[in-house]
Design a binder for this molecule. Structure first.
Ligand SMILES: Cc1ncc(C[n+]2csc(CCOP(=O)(O)OP(=O)(O)O)c2C)c(N)n1
Length: 331
């Protein structure tokens, strides 16, 4: 497939060094946490499905930093980073991966169903497009209650081909809801390239058809993502829903079971040159806001956070078997 391939993000970063370091650190936290998850999966410590976000970290990071703590977030099964940056602790995320009772979904959800009402992180959804109607419901609730609260809904390009996308955008626009639709377009839905499944591969055209404000930005550039998400938040709260397409790329397979026969290794390697962590670090170094030593220190601190999370998950307990029939529809 011919994915659009602009030059790697470059140029000045328009933030104070302190803010840039937070953005960089958060991208690293997602990356290192997930690399550890992949390792633990290989070791049989984490089981079930596991979809890694590696390569796409600029999207969750730039967007989440544009949100307020009371804003709602709805995400997909590739949501570890979103949960982490919304404020769910890495320890509770890791315990959930292990299926332990101290996990954020009490070990019942696993990787695809991270959930934490206290931080307004409402999943984690295994169904493609499943989060979209939920986000519209949250938006409607906020509007009816007169709350100054945004709902941010993350989903992939595959979801744009689902009926739920069209129903959701229609109602969000009709009712003028404070919802931001954040499409993580990594150009593949599992093994299917976007041009093989969507009659209109310009996804903004589809969103705009519902009267929703729509624009696309470089999802590999945390600065572009952050600025776009701030704009989208302001617009959605003032005048109704917004669709933002983040053009991004996943560096790993769709899930741990994917042999990746549908794309060339050369394409993946080419996209890695646009990697959000190293291009952002290089820009910060070029303007004197980061040194290699500082980068290594940050990385080491992140590694310690990951180790603490794994130790917490290892030590956490299992749900007692007597609870087997609680919190289920048909005990
Ligand atoms: C309704 C539904 N259909 C099919 C699937 C199987 N499935 C799981 S992930 C996936 C691809 C989704 O791709 P995309 O929305 O682009 O997200 P990405 O995995 O690229 O982040 C499919 C088809 C599903 N989980 N739910």
């Amino acid at each position: 497939m011919n994915t659009p391939f602009p030059p790697p993000p470059s140029g000045p970063v328009p933030y104070p060094a302190e803010k840039s370091i937070v953005l960089l650190t958060d991208m690293l936290r997602i990356r290192r946490m997930e690399e550890k998850c992949a390792e633990l999966y290989g070791a049989g410590r984490i089981r079930g499905f596991l979809h890694l976000y590696i390569g796409e970290e600029a999207v969750a990071t730039g967007a989440m930093h544009a949100l307020k703590p009371g804003d709602n977030v709805v995400a997909t099964y590739r949501e570890h980073g979103h949960a982490l940056l919304k404020g769910v602790s890495m320890q509770r995320i890791m315990a959930e991966m292990f299926g332990k009772i101290d996990g954020c979904s009490r070990g019942r959800g696993g990787s695809m169903h991270l959930f934490d009402a206290a931080t307004h992180f409402f999943g984690g959804n295994a169904i493609v497009g499943g989060g979209l109607p939920l986000a519209v419901g949250f938006g409607l609730a906020a509007k009816m209650r007169g709350e100054d609260r945004l709902t941010a809904c993350f989903f992939g390009d595959g979801a744009v081909a689902e009926g739920a996308f069209h129903e959701s955008l229609n109602l969000a626009a009709l009712w003028n809801l404070p919802v931001v639709f954040l499409c993580e377009n990594n150009f593949y839905a599992m093994g299917t390239a976007i041009e093989r499944s969507q009659s209109q591969p310009d996804l903004c055209v589809k969103a705009a058809a519902y009267g929703v404000e729509a624009f696309a930005v470089d999802g590999m550039d945390v600065v572009e993502v952050h600025e776009a998400a701030k704009r989208a938040r302001d617009h959605a709260l003032a005048s109704g829903p917004v669709f933002v397409e983040f053009r991004t790329y996943r560096f790993r397979a769709h899930s741990m079971f994917d042999p990746e026969l549908y794309r060339d290794k050369a394409e993946v390697e080419k996209w890695k040159t646009r990697g959000p962590i190293h291009t952002f670090s290089a820009r910060l170094k070029a303007q004197g806001d980061l040194t290699e030593e500082r980068f290594m220190e940050i990385d080491a601190e992140v590694a310690r956070e990951v180790e603490r999370a794994v130790a917490f998950a290892e030590a956490a307990g299992w749900e007692p078997v007597e609870n087997l029939a609680t919190q289920v529809y048909a005990p």
